[in-house]
Design a protein around this ligand. Structure first.
Ligand code: ATP
Ligand code: MG
Length: 718
């Protein structure tokens, strides 16, 4: 039986599978069968050696990868195989703690906190200490807590209520906040993600018997995607393998895409020095992709300076050319993608589920989703929420609707968002009153706004904002309207204070998509038209369709493969991201190149890279990714024309370090400063009118002057 396991493998892979004892390392490029070898090795241990699954720990990086691996093992060994030790690091830690955490005074039914739960605890802490968000953003407090949790000494303060431990922090108040946070964590018997591994390490240190029990149990340990393990995770693996010393690690330093989160690919590179004697096996035959795709991947990753060269080859037959599609507009980009998919489905017998659309940042999904809805292409999102279902996007739409309809649902969504001291009790009162008076909630609010009980709330600001824009909106463009609403309502300020970059990016993306739409529309785009258009995208109830195109970020796509892959929004500033281009971020660009390599090497039959011109979310001109200019021209076919003038401007821009700017910024300007307004274009500050809090700006393109509020956040310096 186990011959079958081996026959499916090449010689080197067989060598890796049968070398069961000691320290073994596989270093190999994408698609060379690392994961396949690891899975078959697991099956071989069980099948040929008779080892019980409970004695084999098999760790991988994401839940999706662990689930996939369990599936593959079951298909080799049958459904009865116990796959519970084929898991992620987090999964393993939870298993250890559910079994043994009581040894350090914590109950086995502890709760696990996600980031929202952590923020809920912080809310309680702030309330008790009489602090407001002005003291410090939650994300910054969480960062400080994360900093404390880099070590694991603090675990004592959670497991032993009598322990006194110093909480080092920038200010005494922050130290107080963190102490109270930990106290509450203890009260709820809760662990966050970072705590999981820390508790295990602390538990093992405190209780050598428990440590020995796990060391004895785990005769064989295998780790996939080792390049993405953190120092602490590797420390845990080292402890666990200390008794039997059978450790098999697999990875590709060219696919290290988590160094920003503390992953240490150097441990894989130096593994043979830290774990002697070590056998290293190098796989260099790629089974996944056509030569065209592989050559493209090789030619990008070659540009990284810090790497071990290990060119992959394949005996797979030649396939189709890699395509680079360059569109003049985002709309053209998605049209090309949709038409190509539909044509392959109709003419070549491809299924929708054979396609993956992958991108660098979650917000890039927005234009794909809109395009697919239009073209009736079924899709499933694998990372993040669908764009128009994200909370912050729904908030923006609800503000729009307040202006147009002031309907009850939109009111409930916006009235206390940002916080205006209009909580549950007041809402209940409002609902009751509305029913008594037979009015809408908003009409009720207008009727009773002078009531004394409203004085303490900021609801007047809300009403003023809505009333102001009810009068003004027909004279504004809808992008100006949204900016005004977010600004005057205080939503924008709260968003910025939250420091939540993902939400800020999403709102910027919404704004810039509206601006693009306005420009394409020709005549003035009316609010009700726009709301009608997007109502299509916000519907919730689309069923999950198995035969659908998959949408995901590159990080989520790691380790997976798909027949057809589109890497979309392949623009500079997206991939590589602006942040990676910052001065002093030397490793940033190399990590982005590895991301591009991971993206390309997901493809089996065909790979498309697409991008388009237009404006970025920072109001700058969009360029194709600098990586596109690193690839030899004969390795792909270009569709669409890039004007020389665009190339020249791009080359100039590539030389500059990035100046990331939020669209939503409140920078102050002086007379003669040059600014960029995303609707009016470039302009010069002519006058500053402090009394009216206004800039008088002359916009050269349209040769008009306009007074703009100094609080208006849509100006960037040029
Ligand atoms: P990545 O670096 O992306 O994680 P990997 O090295 O883990 O890739 P696998 O996912 O294990 O690669 O394998 C890639 C593809 O090649 C899979 O479809 C796998 O079934 C196939 N494959 C691997 N080895 C062989 C082999 N010896 N014969 C035939 N197909 C193989
Ligand atoms: Mg793999």
């Amino acid at each position: 039986m186990f011959e079958k396991l081996l026959n499916a493998l090449n010689e080197k892979q067989q060598q890796a599978v049968t070398a069961t004892e000691g320290y073994i390392r596989i270093i190999a490029g994408a698609g060379s069968g690392k994961t396949k070898t690891l899975v078959n090795r697991y099956a071989y241990l069980v099948e040929a050696l008779g080892i019980s699954p409970k004695n084999i720990l098999c760790v991988t990086f994401t839940n999706k990868a662990a689930a996939e691996m369990r599936k593959r093992v079951k298909s080799l060994l049958g459904n009865s195989n116990d796959g519970s030790l084929i898991c992620t690091y987090h999964g393993f830690c939870v298993k250890v703690l559910r079994e043994d955490i009581h040894h350090i005074n914590y109950p086995k039914n502890f709760m696990i906190l996600d980031e929202d739960d952590q923020k809920d605890i912080l809310k309680e802490v702030y309330e008790e200490l009489g602090l407001t968000i002005k003291f410090m953003k939650f994300d910054d407090v969480l960062k400080a807590i994360g900093f404390l949790k880099i070590g694991y000494d603090y675990v004592e303060s959670l497991t032993n209520p009598l322990a006194k431990i110093e909480i080092p922090a920038e200010t005494p108040m922050l130290s107080k906040v963190i102490s109270l946070y930990l106290k509450k964590q203890r009260k709820y018997f809760a662990l966050d993600f970072q705590d999981l591994i820390n508790f295990v390490l602390y538990l093992y240190e405190q209780n050598t018997e428990v440590q020995l029990k796990w060391q004895n149990q785990l005769h064989y340990i295998q780790v996939d995607e080792f390049q993405d393990s953190s120092g602490k995770q590797i420390g845990l693996v080292n402890i666990l393998s200390a008794t039997h010393k059978n450790l098999f690690v697999v990875g590709d330093p060219d696919q290290a895409i988590y160094t920003w989160r503390g992953a240490k690919p150097a441990y894989l590179v130096n593994f043979h020095k830290t774990h002697e004697p070590c056998e290293t096996i190098i796989l260099n035959e790629n089974y996944r992709s056509t030569p065209e795709i592989l050559n493209l991947g090789n030619s990008i990753i070659k540009n990284n300076k810090v790497r071990i060269d290990k060119d992959l080859f394949t005996y797979n037959n030649n396939g189709v050319d890699v395509i680079h599609y360059h569109g003049k507009k985002e709309f053209e980009e998605i049209k090309y993608i949709s038409e190509t998919i539909n044509s392959l489905v109709e003419k070549d017998g491809a299924k929708y589920s054979d396609f993956a659309i992958i991108y660098r940042a979650n917000y890039n999904s927005r234009f794909v989703e809109q395009g697919f809805m239009r073209a009736n292409i079924p899709y499933t999102m694998f990372s993040g929420f669908k764009f128009f279902q994200r909370a912050e996007i729904k908030d923006c739409i609800a503000y729009y609707k307040m202006v147009l309809y002031a309907d009850d649902l939109s009111l409930l969504r916006t009235i206390n968002n940002p916080k205006r001291s209009f909580g549950k009790t007041k809402i209940n009162w409002l609902k009751q009153q509305a029913e008594n008076d037979n009015l809408s909630y908003y009409e009720t609010l207008l009727k009773y706004k002078e009531e004394p009980s409203f004085n303490k709330t900021k609801v007047k600001q809300f009403i003023d904002t809505i009333e102001k824009y009810k009068k003004l909106y027909s004279s504004l463009t809808i992008s100006e309207l949204l900016r005004g609403l977010l600004d005057d309502s205080g939503y924008d300020e709260e968003l910025r204070l939250s420091g939540d970059q993902e939400r800020i990016d999403n709102v910027s993306e919404l704004l810039s998509s509206i601006i693009t739409l306005e420009a394409e529309y020709g005549e003035k785009l009316e609010l009700d038209d726009y709301l009608q258009q997007i109502a299509l995208f916000s519907d919730n109830d689309r069923e999950v369709n198995k035969n659908s195109v998959k949408l995901m970020t590159i990080h989520t796509a790691k380790g997976l493969e798909f027949p057809y892959v589109f890497l979309v929004s392949f623009n500079d500033g997206v991939l590589p991201s602006y942040r990676s281009l910052d001065k002093g971020n030397e490793n940033g660009l190399e990590e982005e190149r590895r991301l591009a390599y991971v993206a390309i090497t997901r493809a089996m039959k065909a790979f498309y890279m697409t991008e388009s011109e237009g404006l970025t979310n920072y109001g700058k001109r969009k360029f194709p990714s600098r990586f596109l200019f690193e690839i030899k021209q004969n390795l792909f076919t270009r569709l669409g024309v890039i004007e020389q003038e665009l190339i020249d401007e791009a080359m100039e821009a590539f030389k500059q370090p990035s100046e990331e700017k939020e669209v939503i910024s409140t920078e102050k300007f002086n007379v003669n400063d040059k600014i960029l307004h995303s609707v009016f274009g470039e302009g010069i500050i002519k006058e500053i009118n402090e009394d009216d809090n206004q800039y008088i700006i002359h916009f050269s393109e349209k040769d008009i002057s306009r007074p703009l509020s100094m609080n208006f956040k849509g100006l960037t310096r040029v």
